[in-house]
Ligand binder design. Sequence first.
Ligand SMILES: Nc1ncnc2c1ncn2[C@@H]1O[C@H](COP(=O)(O)OP(=O)(O)O)[C@@H](O)[C@H]1O
Ligand SMILES: [Mg+2]
Length: 375
Amino acid sequence: MITQIVAVTGGLGLALTGLGLVLMWLLRRRSIGLMLVVVAVVTVTATVAGVVVITLEMIIPGHARDVALTVSYIAGLVGMGVAMAVARQVFAASRRLVAAVEAVAPSHDYVPPSGPLPAELQIISDALRQAYERLREGHERERALEGARRELVAWVSHDLRTPLAGMRAMAEALEDGVAADDATVRRYHTRIRLEVDRLSHMVDDLFELSRIHAGALRLSPRRIGVGDLVADTLAGAEALAGAKGVRLVGEAGPVPPVNADAAELGRALRNLVVNAIRHTPADGTVVVRAVADHQAVRLSVADCCGGIPEDDLPRVFDVAFRGETARTPGPDRGAGLGLAIARGIVEAHQGAITVVNEGAGCRFEIALPLSEPPG
Ligand SMILES: Nc1ncnc2c1ncn2[C@@H]1O[C@H](COP(=O)(O)OP(=O)(O)O)[C@@H](O)[C@H]1O
Ligand SMILES: [Mg+2]
């Protein structure tokens, strides 16, 4: 008797399960709600069919059979009803999620739908919120970069136009013979050459900066002696310091070698030293010092500039930033790229560059990671 019941219900169950699986496969791209309904229909049909077959096959007294059939019909209806309700709920929740996504304005945050969501949809909603947040951050970074780029182009075109106009006027004067006396001709030639030098420096700096920004700075790091680097930089700046009457002092203690690109790091240090000399009055002193502690090798350049205004301190490394005095036209006016380049080079070496006001002026410091951990 029992074996017969098991065989009949088991066989029916298996057949319906097979049918259900085929249906599920056919519906695999359709709504979860529809799948739930299929699951309910299959379960209910299996139960009702089992009961019907068994009550008809077996000799069960009429009353008991009616009770069994009624109970299974009602259970089936309840099951279907619940499945439909769940399906509606899932469908409504997913509509709310889609509506929330569609409501996201460009470069705004995603606002999750109000009210609770089923766990899986909640996970998707959380993932969406994070994705939108990252997207917005990316947008903001891009906008800031774009702003800086536009500002740079504006500065540079201004900076190129002014000297070009001057050179054009001088060249025309030479060409037309307006400037004819020897002294004027010599003076114009010298000024034209100085302007050309300055402009080629500027173009060179722009090129370096664009390589830094594009992440295309190719470093060839080697173990280099910091003392040599300081000595070379000082030697290169000697003429400028002499012309301004600024004393240049180098102090390199026993410092371990660093892993760095000598040419690039030299360029960064030179930018600091040239700035220091420019901003130090005659008779002032610029001190370039190399020291090492447990974390880093530190190269510092201290000057007698009288201090950088507190408001300017966080901005001196920005592209195209120039302090008040540096903005007034003059022969040794820079384009505001030197410190941005220095920072790019130092950061490409995994180092950090900082500035503080100290004593009679300010002190810039390049900190480079030790090439070997202290042991
Ligand atoms: N050693 C310094 N002392 C005082 N101010 C400095 C010094 N170095 C840089 N600055 C300030 O930072 C600004 C940016 O420097 P930099 O990027 O080298 O551009 P530039 O030298 O072309 O003006 C300068 O215009 C100046 O205002
Ligand atoms: Mg400079």
